[in-house]
Design a protein around this ligand. Sequence first.
Ligand SMILES: NC(=O)c1ccc[n+]([C@@H]2O[C@H](COP(=O)([O-])OP(=O)(O)OC[C@H]3O[C@@H](n4cnc5c(N)ncnc54)[C@H](O)[C@@H]3O)[C@@H](O)[C@H]2O)c1
Length: 311
Amino acid sequence: MPNLEGKVAIVTGAGRGIGREHALALAEAGARVVVNDLGAALSGEGHDDTPAQQVVQEIVAKGGEAAANGENVADFAGAERLVAQAIDGFGRLDILVNNAGILRDRMIVNLTESEWDSVIAVHLKGHFAPTRHAAAYWREQAKAGEQVRGRVINTSSPSGVFGNVGQSNYGAAKAGIAGFTLIVAQELQRYGVTVNCLAPNARTRMTEDTFDMGAPPEGFDPLDPANMSPLVVALAADAAQSITGQVFHVWGGAVNALRGWSADELFSAPEGWEPDALLAELLARFPDGAAPPGMLAGMQSAGGRSLQAAD
Ligand SMILES: NC(=O)c1ccc[n+]([C@@H]2O[C@H](COP(=O)([O-])OP(=O)(O)OC[C@H]3O[C@@H](n4cnc5c(N)ncnc54)[C@H](O)[C@@H]3O)[C@@H](O)[C@H]2O)c1
């Protein structure tokens, strides 16, 4: 296991599910961890400090160091306080894992404004806000001549990169997070910060409500949320300094470095297109039409197995 001793990590939404596993794994590798969790319901409502505190207790019971934080990651000032807690409390910040998330699924025809706004806020702004404050800290460190090996590890979703029906709010936020990763990776490279992204698959309250997950099998369980964390620890290692701007689909032991929006079918007219000629070419080149294959096909191509939608 990479040695993360001396490093300080923040994991958002670490009171449960995948984030909890990231926090435990980073602590096991030697990092001191700020365990952030608002303690919200799956829909984002409510506040409970208990989940974050329990994860802190688990880490401390195993001999690690951790502190709880109950800020809402979508609150810009709250995210600043979260980053400050790591720096003031543990003396530095090395690793930021943006993981907190909520769901408010509905087909687009019925999706309400608040369902759209809340999901976009927690995921997209909830990635921007902590990253923004951490980035400012790392730039300051770099300008002061410190050797920075900062890490931002974001959380997208198969729903965002492949497109899942009924999740236009969530998927748009998650696709946005993948795009945010590509851009911020380029911006922060000069300061010694890598920015990568996971598209996870795990049995948590988030997926148990939406999919028929089946019971955990005997032996290795591909959907154990702990399977998401070895990649986080690996990316946090000093040796991973040159790996940045990647979006990894993770299913059990299958980690796939996705290539999104790469160039493919080219329609080229040296003097420009007339609409009727372009339409004829589109129809000729797509004789069976062209439509997204859907999330499950994308997941399977990336090394995952199919999930069945729950009735
Ligand atoms: N479980 C999966 O298969 C799966 C698939 C794709 C993406 N994801 C993503 O992985 C991340 C973790 O999901 P999970 O499955 O562990 O879900 P989860 O509901 O078990 O955990 C999410 C945690 O985030 C916390 N949270 C919610 N809003 C917050 C806020 N504003 N500020 C701080 N904390 C907040 C919740 O209290 C909760 O403990 C999410 O971003 C989710 O969208 C999960």
